[in-house]
Design a protein around this ligand. Structure first.
Ligand code: GLU
Length: 416
């Protein structure tokens, strides 16, 4: 798979021990579960779910749960591997995991969604816990779903364990700042890039693919930092306006109507602004300075990499760029801040949430940001230095740094 090709590339550049590589080529544990759910019609439907526990040499398994019709064994394995690399890249004491259910959540009623979420936990509860494996939100899952899952888990074990899951509602043990943390971490990366490149933000044109938790929030944050966000998109397509879009207005309308409209709101009045409708594919090829893929994997591939015009890519999605595309982009001199660094703000604040839960603490949003920023900036610099020292891409630099840390953890516990 693409994830394994990335690992092999890092292995080659760092002369990785064959035994370490062998261990890292598969998850430590992978389970498939059949999840019966009573639908509103009275019929019982069986959904397929997975949990991949990739590696826990550095701490409890950690990673989100995705609800998507395209969830597959290979996808969940790859995502769980990236979680292990991601946690090690930002140096937090967590391992890598991922879960998923094959479902399109928009097809379910609220009650069906709750029954599915609880039933999934009934199938994997013995594998998770604040000291074992700590799930979190991912694509099409959210705080409400995390709370159903936590509640189901606590009912089964018969005692509270709020740290079993992160990304909970703030009133239910969630952390302030978790909802926007993935974008916030990405923003810190953009700011580090901007410092090195002497960017003047209002001259910088940005396209953001995806308008979910990561995409909508980074678009708003970039607006606030003065960047010109010229294009955004959701799963149905995108909008382009060379003079710039107002992400906050767009989000407001999207929340009300579930439609991505080019609007500008003043007070309670939103009006349409001139724009062009574009496809997700067209968005990726726009003439912009910075491209932020914030949707799904495999968006920039051997088929469109040659057409990418952005000089910089900050990956908020997991796995948006395939290894073939990586090579092509490298040849074009395009710099990619890789997913395992750029989107690590999410899991970092998840780790903060877990720490607050297990210690019985509650941190302010300011405290959360004060802790997140040095972690992101430190990791950005460490990855940048690796890339310069070994003459590799930022992605390979991050993998080398992360694998060395995981290898050290595995040596300490006697795996190798
Ligand atoms: N799903 C997010 C990710 O891919 C967050 C995982 C977490 O918070 O554990 O990084």
């Amino acid at each position: 798979t693409n994830a394994m090709r990335q690992l092999e590339k890092a292995a080659e550049k760092m002369n990785m021990d064959k035994n370490i590589l062998g261990i890292l080529q598969q998850p430590e544990r992978f389970v498939t579960v059949a999840i019966p759910v009573k639908m509103d019609s009275g019929e019982v439907k069986i959904f397929t779910g997975y949990r991949s526990q990739y590696n826990n040499a550095l701490g409890p398994y950690k990673g989100g749960i995705r609800y998507h019709p395209n969830v597959s064994v290979d996808e969940v394995k790859a995502l769980s591997f990236w979680m292990a690399i991601k946690c090690a890249t930002v140096n937090i004491p967590m391992g890598g995991a991922k879960g998923g259910v094959i479902v399109h959540p928009k097809d379910l009623s609220e009650g069906e969604l709750e029954r599915l979420s609880r039933a999934y936990i009934r199938k994997i509860w013995m594998l998770i816990g604040s000291d074992k494996d700590v799930p979190a939100p991912d694509v099409y899952t959210n705080a409400k779903i995390m709370n159903w899952m936590r509640d189901e888990f606590e009912k089964i074990i018969g005692r509270p364990d709020p740290g079993v899951i992160t990304g909970k509602p703030v009133e239910q043990g969630g952390s302030l700042g978790r909802g926007t943390a993935t974008a916030q971490g990405g923003l810190y990366c953009v700011r580090e890039l901007a410092k090195r490149l002497n960017w003047y933000s209002s001259n910088i044109r940005v396209a953001v693919q995806g308008f979910g938790n990561a995409g909508a929030n980074i678009a708003k944050m970039l607006n606030r930092d003065g960047y010109k966000v010229v294009a955004v998109s959701d799963s149905k397509g995108g909008i382009y306006r060379p003079d710039g879009l107002d992400a906050e207005s767009i989000e407001r309308v999207k929340l009300e109507s579930d439609k991505l409209e080019a609007v500008y709101c003043e007070g309670s009045v939103c009006r349409a602004v001139e724009h062009e409708r574009i496809s997700n594919g067209e968005l990726l090829e726009l003439d912009v300075d910075l491209l932020v893929p914030a949707a799904l994997e495999d968006q920039i591939t051997r088929d469109n990499a040659a057409n990418i015009r952005a000089k910089y890519i900050v990956e908020l999605a997991n796995g948006p760029t395939t290894p073939e595309a990586d090579e092509i982009l490298k040849g074009k001199g395009i710099v990619i801040v890789p997913d395992v660094l750029a989107n690590a703000g999410g899991v970092t604040v998840s780790y903060f949430e877990w720490e607050q839960n297990v210690k019985g603490e509650r941190w302010t949003e300011a405290q959360v940001l004060q802790k997140l920023e040095p972690i992101m900036v430190g990791a950005f610099n460490a990855v940048w230095d690796m890339s310069e020292k070994y003459g590799v891409t930022l992605r390979t630099g991050a993998f080398m740094l992360a694998v060395e840390r995981i290898a050290e953890g595995m040596r300490k516990r006697g795996d190798v």
